[in-house]
Ligand binder design. Structure first.
Ligand code: SAM
Length: 472
């Protein structure tokens, strides 16, 4: 059987989609290649959130087509995911060496399409159509499969799409309308993962806090025959005793015996209602970590972005979360240089970061995206000014982060050990409940253990720990 190499760009949702495609291909007998240079099939799973991400994938494919295909003409080349969805046929017109373009609702069709290409039934395939039920098709995992090691953590896709229509964001156009899986379906997948040794689950979606609010379709099958669609409509999940569908889902997953930790990403600050804040206080497996993408500290910019909350409301959520779970780890996403952002607006972002003291924040230089309202707004900010503000904000975030990480030195904390560090396999790595990476001199036997470590020093957004001191 052929071998496949999948390179992923962008967010955790894309990583999860790639994993599911890889698992589907492995189930069909494909092997996973170590690099594009030895693979029979090279798939680039793409991101459209910023122009840079699109350019990277296009340049990569140009290089592969020019280099690898010259020596091995039969290699099959494909684009998957968000850029495949937004550009479709245009990608093959631009790069004629590409054989396959698979959109965001069609990942589960990839194996069938590759079969068609290898059997010579079709040569060029572009599929970016919508498909009812596609939110239930990202379900296969590579847990313990290929790598022959136990996976301790897993991501579970609970929904697809986004209905927020933030004015800067391309996601609603590339990922479609919000569609959620049923609670029973998600819980069954989590239960199976825990049965395979998984101890920590991250519930995944574009805006997880909107889970269940708009219904969707439920798939009961791992693979769908070509041309079929899934007919079982999954209704909207009603609020029960003031509890949103998302909190109901967390409660249901919390019941799973053998599961130690629950995380989720990505939420919307609007979704941190009192029920979710209360869930942090009463559900011990829901770890004390929250990602709240604030995007800007200026009410004027937040309104232009169509974010649906004010600076004051955002700060109130932070206050409530800290009251519910003291020591909660807080991270954020921030866009620098949104159209019309003045020095005064930017100062509000700086002051919000100083006030909240995020443990870390991901900073994005604003990038105009096709068909989004912000791309047509007046007063687009010049690149050099965006660079300058980005550098100032980064320095602020890094200084606050360093202070917060340094405060861990000398403390004892619990980590879940995930495996050897990617950068230095002699070290083991784990995460604190508040989502900080801890490196320590450990051994394979530590994998999957909840271990107490004493933090001895810090690196850049990394803690170094010693389990020997506390686990004698
Ligand atoms: N769930 C997130 C939210 O609440 O908005 C959206 C996830 S988005 C894929 C990841 C981050 O990319 C966003 O939070 C935003 O900071 C950034 N982003 C999205 N569109 C962008 C754009 N046009 N330019 C720069 N950054 C952008």
């Amino acid at each position: 059987m052929p071998s496949v190499y999948i390179k992923t760009y962008g967010c955790q949702m894309n990583e999860r989609d790639s994993e599911a495609v890889a698992a589907q291909l492995v189930a069909k007998g494909y092997t996973l290649a170590a690099s594009e240079y030895v693979a029979d099939v090279v798939l680039l799973n793409t991101c459209s959130v910023r122009d840079n991400a699109e350019l990277k994938a296009i340049n990569k494919m140009e290089n592969i087509a020019g280099d690898i295909r010259k020596h091995r003409p039969n290699v099959v080349l494909g684009f998957l995911g968000c850029m495949a969805q937004s550009r479709g046929q245009e990608l093959i017109d631009r790069l004629p060496d590409v054989d396959l373009v698979v959109g965001t609702q069609k990942f589960h069709r990839t194996a069938d399409y590759l079969d068609d290409i290898f059997a010579g039934r079709r040569s060029k395939i572009v599929d970016t159509a919508e498909e009812q039920g596609s939110e239930g098709t990202i379900r296969e995992h590579l847990v313990n499969g290929n790598a022959k090691v136990k996976s301790v953590t897993a991501f579970v896709s609970i929904m697809q799409g986004c209905n927020q229509y933030c004015t800067f964001c391309i996601v609603p156009y590339t990922r479609g309308e919000e569609r959620s899986r049923s609670i029973a379906d998600v819980v069954a997948e989590c239960r199976q993962l825990v049965g395979q040794g998984v101890r920590e689950i991250t519930l995944l979606g574009q805006i997880v806090t909107s889970y269940g609010k708009r219904g969707g379709f439920q798939s009961g099958r791992a693979e769908l025959p070509l041309g079929s669609s899934i007919g079982d409509a999954q209704p909207r999940i009603p609020t029960a005793n003031g509890t949103s569908p998302f909190v109901q889902l967390i409660e249901a997953v919390h019941e799973i015996e053998g599961l130690d930790r629950i995380r989720f990403t990505a939420p919307h600050p609007k979704g941190y209602g009192d029920d979710l804040v209360a869930a942090y206080a009463r559900l011990p497996k829901l770890v004390e970590s929250a990602h709240l993408p604030v995007q800007s500290g200026s009410d004027r910019v937040l309104k232009l972005m169509h974010r649906g909350y004010t600076r004051a409301r955002f700060l109130e959520i932070i206050r409530k979360l800290r009251a519910a779970r003291p020591g909660i780890g807080l991270t954020s996403d921030i866009i620098v240089g949104f159209p019309g952002e003045t020095e005064a607006d930017f100062s509000e972002t700086l002051s919000l970061c100083r006030e909240v003291e995020f443990d870390n924040a991901y900073l994005f230089k604003y990038s105009p995206r096709k068909d989004t309202p912000a791309a047509a707004m007046p007063d687009q900010i010049a690149g050099d000014l965006i660079e300058e503000r980005h550098a100032r904000l980064l320095a602020t975030i890094n200084a606050i982060g360093k202070r917060k990480y340094d405060a861990f030195v000398g403390r004892q904390t619990q980590i879940l050990v995930e495996g050897p560090s990617r950068k230095n396999s002699a070290r083991m790595t784990g995460r604190t409940r508040c989502n900080k990476i801890v490196l320590f001199d450990g051994a394979e036997r530590h994998r999957g253990q909840l271990l107490e470590v004493k933090i001895t020093r810090t690196g850049s957004f990394t803690l170094y720990g010693d389990p020997a001191i506390v686990n004698l």
